[in-house]
Design a protein. Structure first.
Length: 185
């Protein structure tokens, strides 16, 4: 059974999640890939405001395709998360509560997730059309020149994700592998 989490997104709503939990997210999620992350963290370093409030935010690592007629967004599958690893600890330390992407994360990101009581959530790779159906509205809010990688404000309903890194150091990629290896012994 999936755990439903809706806004406002705060750390207490994610505190009891464990690696491997299925979650359905409803609310405002921001999109950003590596080029946008670079600009956001550079702006923060200069003392400028980021294009959206980082505190209690969820960032989805996605560069959606153009929308079909009548739809707010095109295909919206997750991108490989390690490309954001240089920037993620800064945003986590500023209060980001969750990241959505795919693939493993660096040791620095894993430490920042635990240090901040945040989570890393995996979206279903290869299911971009399914993910797009959960997006009810989409608006470019920054860095329009980046095209698909522009920062967007999405409203999602029941976006399906799985907890990979939980607030207390659980790691589905480690635990899942161990469970599998123990099952074949």
């Amino acid at each position: 059974m999936a755990i439903r989490i809706s806004e406002p997104f705060t750390k207490d709503k994610f505190a009891d999640l464990k690696a491997g939990d299925s979650v359905l997210i409803t609310g405002t999620v921001y999109t950003a890939r590596d080029a946008a992350h670079k600009r956001i963290t550079e702006a923060i370093a200069r003392g400028e405001e980021p294009p959206f409030p980082i505190q209690d935010s969820i960032i989805y690592y996605v560069g959606p395709t153009p929308p079909k007629p009548g739809r707010p967004i095109g295909s919206a599958g997750p991108t490989t998360s390690y490309r954001m690893d240089a920037y993620a600890p800064t945003l986590l330390d500023l209060g980001e509560v969750a990241m959505i992407g795919k693939g493993q994360r660096s040791e620095e990101v894993m430490q920042a997730v635990t240090r901040n009581g945040a989570v890393y959530l995996a979206a279903i790779g290869g299911a971009a059309a399914l993910m797009a159906r959960c997006v009810k509205s989409a608006e470019v809010i920054a860095y329009d020149d980046l095209g698909a990688e522009a920062v967007r404000k999405l409203y999602v309903e029941d976006l399906p994700v799985v907890v990979v890194l939980d607030p207390v150091g659980g790691n589905l990629y480690v635990e899942g592998r161990e469970e599998y290896l123990n099952s074949i012994k």
